[in-house]
Design a protein around this ligand. Structure first.
Ligand code: MRU
Length: 353
């Protein structure tokens, strides 16, 4: 049986990833052993989605020191830190990136008594562990989350949170896939997700491949659909969840949460615990990435606004905890009060450390 295609994978001694900017028109695979190619791929959203970015950083950091020769560990340390800081500068919001970098650093410094070759081997093992743990976490998220999906469900989702955005399966889309595999009748309304169209290009592509009924809408249609009674629940992913449950996710998520609340529709966030930033209390502390105006004045390379127009392009927004019904993680579903219940999850994770 041919192994299933993943958005990012380790093949031989290289990383292979799908260039997500080319989907759905071209399924283009890039193979590289140059960490700088991975750094650029994250910046340009060829690799995107919080968990996939974390996995890419793990493999990329290993690639950055893989060809280091000699046995001078001070030199190796300098190179390692330089590579880590290049990855840390790629995108600021998804905490999975920093979580993965910290894991790689922990292994590096805990293995510093080892020889260079052994140390490199440990780093590759850690990168592979980040990938395989993410896949397991997504499976668990699917199982926990599918219990919240009724038998006949009309679901609205935003951005892309499927196998393209993760090690495999996905988070919010993983919940949908699991519910569908359980035989539930599912219809998914997909926000196009301007400016970069992750919904229109990627989520529809994934869902239709699975044979799930998929309806593409523009981002400004959700309130009307809810008023018509067409939506039973909303499920989105997360780039960073704080200790009180505030959640950064793709720009437009906050609007969706407000309209869902107004219409009394459950609003679920699905994410692995690697997306929870246990070091900050509220969403006000989350750094929000701002991207170039060209992504707004153009749609897929075609200019749609007059030359010289001013733009503002935050890539994410923060949904306050009061608008979130529950957060679905691999360790179970977290309900309000989030302040208390996220502390409980933190205790579970650190007890296993
Ligand atoms: O800018 P992107 O495409 O990386 O943003 C992705 C999102 O906002 C996703 O919803 C989030 O990373 C979760 S992916 C499982």
């Amino acid at each position: 049986m041919t192994p299933r295609l993943r958005s990012i994978d380790w093949v031989g001694d290289k990383v292979r990833f799908i260039d997500q900017t080319k989907l759905p028109n071209d399924l283009s695979l890039i193979e590289t052993d140059d960490y700088k190619v991975v750094v650029e791929a994250i910046k340009k959203l060829k690799i995107r989605g919080a968990p996939a970015i974390g996995i890419a950083a793990g493999f990329g950091i290993y690639l950055g020191i893989k060809n280091f020769s000699g046995d001078d560990k001070e030199l190796l340390k300098g190179k390692f830190e330089e590579v880590c800081s290049e990855f840390a500068k790629t995108r600021p919001t998804a905490v999975n990136l920093f979580w993965a970098i910290e894991r790689m650093k922990k292994v590096f410094y805990e293995s510093s008594h080892l020889g260079v070759d052994e140390l490199k081997k440990r780093l590759l093992e850690e990168a592979l562990a980040i990938q395989s743990e993410d896949i397991q976490m997504c499976k668990q998220i699917g199982l926990h989350g599918s219990k919240l999906i009724p038998d006949k469900a009309n679901i609205l989702t935003h951005c892309n949170t499927g196998w393209l955005a993760t090690g495999d399966y996905g988070t919010a889309l993983g919940v949908i896939y699991t519910a569908f595999e359980q035989g539930k009748k599912i219809k998914v309304y997909v926000d196009e997700t301007r400016p970069l169209l992750q919904g229109a290009r990627l989520t529809t592509w994934e869902l239709m491949q699975r044979g799930i009924e998929t309806i593409l809408i523009t981002d400004n249609m959700s309130a009307y659909l809810m008023k018509l009674g067409k939506i039973d629940c909303v499920i989105v992913g997360a780039d960073r969840v704080t200790l009180n449950g505030d959640t950064a996710n793709k720009i437009g998520t906050y609007n969706l949460a407000i309209v869902a609340k107004y219409h009394n529709i459950p609003f679920y966030v699905a994410c692995p615990t690697s997306s929870i930033d246990f070091s900050i209390k509220t969403g006000d502390e989350i750094p929000i990435e701002e991207r170039g105006g060209e992504e707004i004045v153009e749609i897929m390379g075609r200019r749609v606004a007059p030359e010289g127009v001013k733009t503002f392009s935050p890539a994410f927004d923060v949904t306050p905890n009061s608008l979130i019904t529950a957060i679905i993680t691999e360790l179970g579903v977290i309900y309000p009060p989030f302040e208390e219940n996220i502390q409980e999850i933190k205790r579970k994770i650190y007890a296993n450390d």
